[in-house]
Write a protein that binds this ligand. Structure first.
Ligand code: DUC
Ligand code: ZN
Ligand code: ZN
Length: 464
């Protein structure tokens, strides 16, 4: 057997083991692991760490975001940034807009992505309607086509579902074997606090964080897990930002509810003080749930240490600061209510966790691989992804664990015009990303052409 590619001499992170060996690739799949392998192409990876390519199961790309607000990334720029950050698969959302059906939305997102992507792509759905066609026809058909997970929102007028509606959606998930992801924040409480803040003239970006305090998320997290318990389905609580919400998840698990939990870089590195910068600058850190404080960072780290989190995603949701802070501000758009919620992070997720976790001795290489790739594949049903193992897609990222750098906007590849981590020092950086055996990033530069594929998924971890 002549191998197409041999990656020679890296420390290979495979399942629960780390060993120095060669990886042999044939036809885009991992064919063998061993020593002394030869092949048509050989990559000398001595001194590097080979990890499963990152899977970012929570990104927003080219998603409509309100009147006059464009997302900063299309599929070309987002997947370019993803590949440069060590990822081989991203999982964006299909959000129906302007009366579209879910099926029409999926077709539209696929069209936007076709031929543009440097990484593989597998879509989730966002369910914002519970009419009979959506629940009775579209959702079942799309699940059968491999879109086996969907997000529901408990917040945002126009997107939020009531508890009754969430129960209906979860019931469809149960009947057809899909996974429900929940954005857990109590909209009524936010609206109450936001109105009060506005009446007091408190419209600066920091009031975004102050009007979404921890109880808003804690209460909704409890409710989401209770709704999952009532319908007897697994649930993924996305972007958990604090210890009290995580405690609700622990308690639900204690009752036997199958609750998966996700956290993100912003909740271990940023705080609400970042939104409290001079003028309108704090808008660069507006995301939901908002970053909290250093005590909550400690609580999230404790969760990571204890295995309470299943996945670590970016929640990449990029906007251009210039669009908010441009000639219209300060004015109506300067009010925190009108700042689009979301920050860019698909390119910085892995370096931040590698540096803060692995390089600082808080996290093993195998836990890092689980949180950034393996668990995403297992939970969302990416059968051929997420591990360096024979038969899996040859999706591999090579890390230089000694590389030290400061994150800077100038060196990133996303469409946003800033990074919330400007100047953040990291140790460890991905130097080569390989998608199905082909290099898509080398030494920080994307390598074309964009040959990323749509990946349909088997049923998510609903039977696990
Ligand atoms: N929730 C997300 O998951 N992403 C961006 C905005 C939001 O509220
Ligand atoms: Zn959300
Ligand atoms: Zn999101």
């Amino acid at each position: 057997m002549t191998l197409d590619l041999v990656i020679r001499g890296a420390r290979v992170v495979s399942g629960s083991s780390v060993a120095t060996c060669d990886i042999g690739v044939l036809g885009g799949r991992i064919a063998t692991l061993g020593t002394g392998l030869t092949g048509d192409q050989v990559i000398d990876a001595a001194g590097l760490i080979a990890m499963p390519g990152g899977i970012d199961s929570h990104v927003h790309i080219a998603q409509p975001s309100g009147p006059g607000i464009e997302m900063a990334d299309d599929f070309a720029s987002a997947t370019r940034a993803a590949a440069c950050g060590g990822n081989t698969t991203v999982m964006p959302f299909c959000l129906p807009e302007g009366g579209q059906t879910l099926r029409e939305a999926v077709a539209a997102y696929r069209a936007k992505a076709n031929g543009q992507c440097l990484t593989d792509v597998s879509f989730h759905l966002i369910v914002t309607a519970t009419d009979p066609v959506t629940l009775g026809q579209d959702l079942p058909a799309l699940i059968a086509q491999g879109l086996t997970s969907f997000k529901v929102f408990m917040t945002y007028q126009g997107m939020r579902l009531s508890d009754a509606e969430i129960l209906q959606v979860m019931d469809v998930a149960r009947a057809h074997g899909a996974l429900t992801m929940v954005h857990a924040e109590n909209e009524d409480a936010i609206e109450f606090l936001r109105d009060k803040a506005e009446r007091a003239g408190d419209i600066a970006p920091v009031h975004h964080a102050r009007t979404r305090p921890i109880p808003v998320e804690r209460e909704a997290t409890h409710r989401a897990t209770a709704l999952a318990e009532i319908t007897d389905v697994p649930v993924m609580i996305v972007h958990v930002s604090n210890g009290a919400a995580l405690d609700e998840i622990r308690r639900a698990r204690g009752r036997g509810v199958r609750v998966f939990a996700e956290t993100c870089p912003q909740y271990i590195t940023l705080t609400a003080d970042d939104l409290d910068r001079a003028g309108f600058e704090g808008a660069k850190w507006v995301c939901s749930p908002p970053p909290r404080d250093t005590d909550e960072q400690v609580a999230i780290w404790a969760g990571l240490d204890q295995g309470a989190f299943d996945v670590f995603s970016s929640d990449h949701c990029p906007f251009r600061f210039a669009d908010s802070a441009g000639k219209d501000a300060p004015g109506a758009r300067a009010a925190f209510r009108n700042i689009p919620n979301g920050i860019p992070g698909v390119e910085t997720r892995l370096p931040i966790l590698f540096s803060e976790g692995v390089s600082k001795g808080r996290m093993s290489l195998t836990t890092f691989a689980a949180l950034t790739a393996t668990n995403h594949a297992r939970i969302y049903g990416l059968e051929h992804k997420g591990a360096i193992a024979i038969g899996k897609d040859a999706d591999i990222v090579l890390w230089d664990p000694r590389a030290r750098r400061a994150i800077t906007q100038a060196a990133l590849h996303h469409g946003a015009d800033y990074t919330p981590w400007e100047g953040f020092e990291v140790t460890g950086w991905p130097v080569r990303t390989i998608l199905r055996g082909r290099t898509v990033m080398l030494d920080g530069a994307p390598v074309g052409p964009p040959e990323g594929r749509h990946i349909a998924r088997a049923c998510a971890a609903v039977t696990a």
